[in-house]
Design a protein. Structure first.
Length: 143
């Protein structure tokens, strides 16, 4: 079994900010994602967070966590996908450092993001309409 804490700490403190040059906001968002996940997993497994193993964070645990944040916390698909992206990023980090979890990492990487409906533009502002009218080669036909 492999301790989660040491690898998670190294990922958040060293790998993301220094090696990946992630912004402070990305590092904070990933840290918060793991705060939620670790708290959820520890409660579900009835063990202190410091005793969690990487193997405890398997696909079934991640899926249960994602369901939890949507149903209990009221997060939308976009937030759910951000949390999953943080987990996938961590498992990419682990692939190079803990070969024993390669199979687990493959299963985590296979997890799908939730589809998000893109918002359509409801209307154009006066400036946007004028810009369209002023665009060269635009022919506007009225019926």
């Amino acid at each position: 079994m492999t301790q989660l804490a040491q690898h998670l700490t190294a990922s958040l403190r060293e790998h993301l900010p220094r090696e990946r040059r992630a912004s402070v906001h990305t590092c904070d968002a990933d840290a918060y994602s793991f705060q939620l996940l670790v708290t959820f997993a520890a409660r579900r497994l009835s063990k202190p967070p410091c005793l969690l193993q990487i193997e405890d964070i398997d696909v079934s645990m991640i899926l249960a966590f994602l369901e939890h944040i949507e149903e209990t916390r009221g997060n939308k698909a976009r937030s759910r996908n951000a949390r999953l992206a943080a987990v996938k990023s961590f498992f990419r980090y682990l692939e190079h450092r803990v070969p024993a979890v390669l199979d687990q990492a493959i299963r985590v990487h296979a997890m799908l993001m939730k589809k998000i409906d893109e918002a359509l533009v409801a209307s154009l502002s006066r400036t946007e309409v004028q810009a369209l009218l002023n665009a060269p080669g635009v022919i506007i036909r009225y019926s």
